[in-house]
Unconditional design. Structure first.
Length: 608
């Protein structure tokens, strides 16, 4: 049943089309209820906390020529009956987070219709703007249909479906599945029987002993990286703050696509793995890091039962790829195993994950920084516009190209700049397409990359692929091959406990955190033969002049942890030594060590 409330009193101009709201009834589903999934629980936390324009996602679906409005609406009704996620709500008392999901057997939803005599501007861009605007309104988890749909019509015939979607029940892959199903229905095709796991079925598996063991294994995998890897890839001068406003840089390149295919053919590697390897190699080279640690979202649908599941499954895989190997081919041989290991450990209880991160970073004295994300959506049915939630563990493209660009024949190499977005990352990369074009969207922190440097980095990626297409590339030749130079940190920066650190900045920050008391920070001498492993194992010691005020190592550590956010050059000392007074001698370093010690310790005891 479809009922229509006509709102066509507005003048029929591009700015004021004829508008109508259709109420669509559906029935025939099965009523069910049960616990939320891990992915739902994570996204619900973001939905309740973040602004809707940051957490909702959106998409624009083209309507096949000749489709009538009723047919488009009927296809949406079929999707609602077919996919339990679209019939799901999350009842919960005010002020609490839902723990249960309820699937309705029947219900209604609305579809807005905007009918134009002439579409304004570029039609696809206009539909995109409507979808983005619809994202600004919050979804009510306890009662709203999770798709907010507007049919954009020309002379009574729909040409686009612009929509916002609740991230509590969909992610970018789920929207791709819905889009493909919808287009199949409108083209007269028949949808195959459902074999994908429903959210409730997945929740039951996650709560079973095997699912709990998988989640625990994921937390252990993450913890090893967080305790030993670089606390931030971009620990360098200029890296400040926890949110970065950056413009989008888009690469469209036939050269890149050809080179990528040739590298895959020469090495036998999958194109997606080849591209990820090249990107990690170049990023680690630019940051001067021995490992590339990056979030890799949309990674946990590798099981066949999850591939076409309409659900919010996307959680970060945390990839840690050691680049201390001689050549690109050797790194590529390691990358698939490292990526697969990351993917296998990308399903977890987000609350438990953050509790672990909080505990591990307090004990290490670091601040885990999700400042790099690489999201390859090129293997999805279509490249979907979407958004980036402001919390781990998901990342989605805040400004993908318009749908009309998807099949365009592209240039040999073209760079273009787009609108700015504020993101909780320093470098975010989206892979939209790898054949016949290599099409990337990149957001790079302007404090770390001028526009020229950002363009040079993206072009350097193409150059690396071109070099690897003809033969193995020594990783110590990346500057010459790509034109990308490692960052210059300047004097005073050291590799300590697996991270780049400025001991002088640590001393200054600790002094300010303790109301200006004098502080001196020393670094352990290099271990063993001066190898990277020995350098990484070094630690800091802070000497603090207490004066007349009582001070403990625990109080010093707690104060320092409060100033860490947005300061990736800081790492807490492994030991705090409280002395009575600062030395007066000129040789401050040795004099601090000769002062009377009042107390000393790691400061990691949270009970104090």
């Amino acid at each position: 049943m479809v009922s229509e409330r006509d709102s066509s009193r507005l003048r029929d101009t591009p700015a004021h089309p004829r508008t109508a709201t259709l109420t669509v009834a559906y029935e025939g589903g099965e009523e069910r209820r049960g616990p939320v999934t891990m992915g739902q629980a994570n996204m619900i936390r973001c939905v309740l906390r973040d602004e809707p324009e940051h957490i909702n996602i959106h998409d624009v679906w083209p309507v096949p020529a000749g489709t009538r409005t009723g047919e488009a609406v009927d296809a949406l009704r079929t999707l609602a009956v077919r996919h339990e996620a679209l019939r799901t709500t999350f009842p919960h008392p005010p002020g609490s987070a839902p723990r249960e999901q309820v699937v309705a057997a029947a219900g209604t939803f609305t579809v807005s219709v905007l009918d134009h005599d002439e579409l304004p501007g570029e039609p696809a861009a206009y539909a995109e703007s409507l979808a983005r605007e619809a994202r600004d309104e919050r979804f009510h988890l306890d009662r709203d249909f999770p798709l907010r749909v507007t049919l954009v019509a020309l002379g009574g015939a729909p040409v686009f479906a612009a929509m916002a979607a609740s991230h509590a029940v969909t992610d970018i892959s789920a929207l791709a599945v819905l889009k493909e199903d919808w287009l199949t229905l409108l083209s007269g095709g028949t949808l195959p029987p459902q074999t994908a796991l429903t959210p409730l079925d997945l929740a039951a598996e996650e709560a079973a002993p095997k699912g709990l063991r998988k989640s625990a294994a994921s937390l252990g995998y993450w913890e090893r990286i967080i305790r030993t890897g670089p606390q931030a890839m971009f620990a360098e001068p200029g890296a400040e703050g926890t949110e970065v406003g950056a413009p989008r840089l888009t690469l469209r390149s036939r050269r890149g696509a050809r080179a990528l295919a040739l590298v895959a053919e020469r090495t036998g590697g999958l194109p997606a793995t080849v591209l990820l390897t090249a990107w990690c190699a170049l990023l680690a080279h630019r940051t001067g890091q021995p490992e590339c640690v990056t979030a890799v979202p949309t990674s946990n649908r590798y099981e066949p039962r999850l591939t076409r599941s309409v659900n919010t499954l996307s959680q970060d895989a945390l990839l840690c790829l050691d680049v201390r190997v001689p050549s690109f081919d050797v790194l590529l041989s390691k990358a698939w195993g490292a990526a697969l290991n990351a993917y296998r450990h990308s399903r977890f209880d987000a609350v438990s994950l953050w509790e672990m991160i909080d505990r591990a970073t307090f004990e290490r004295g670091s601040r885990f920084t999700r400042d790099v994300a690489f999201n390859d959506v090129s293997t999805l049915p279509t490249a979907l516009p979407s958004t980036l939630p402001t919390a781990l563990p998901s990342a989605h493209d805040p400004a993908a190209p318009s749908p009309g660009d998807e099949t365009a024949i592209g240039p040999e190499l073209e760079l273009s700049w787009g609108e700015e977005q504020v993101l909780p990352t320093r470098v975010l990369t989206f892979v939209h397409e790898t054949d016949p074009l290599l099409r990337l969207g990149v957001w790079a922190d302007p404090a770390l990359f001028t526009r020229e440097q950002a363009e040079g980095f993206v072009v350097g990626l193409v150059r690396l692929l071109e070099a690897a297409a003809t033969g193995d590339v020594p990783l110590d030749a990346l500057t010459e091959v790509t034109g990308v130079r490692p960052v210059e940190r300047g004097p005073g920066w050291e590799r300590v406990d697996g991270s780049w650190v400025s001991p002088l900045a640590v001393a200054e920050a600790l002094s300010r955190a303790l109301d200006g008391v004098p502080v001196h920070v020393t670094t352990d001498p290099p271990h063993g033969d001066g190898s990277p492993e020995g350098e990484a194992a070094r630690a800091l010691t802070a000497y603090i002049a207490a004066g007349g005020a009582p001070l403990t190592p625990a109080a010093a550590h707690a104060a320092f942890m409060d100033v860490l956010p947005g300061r990736p050059e800081l790492l807490a000392p492994r030991r705090y030594v409280i002395v009575q007074n600062p030395p007066a001698e000129a040789d401050l370093s040795g004099a601090w060590l000769r002062q009377q010690i009042l107390s000393e310790g790691t400061g990691r005891d949270r009970r104090m």
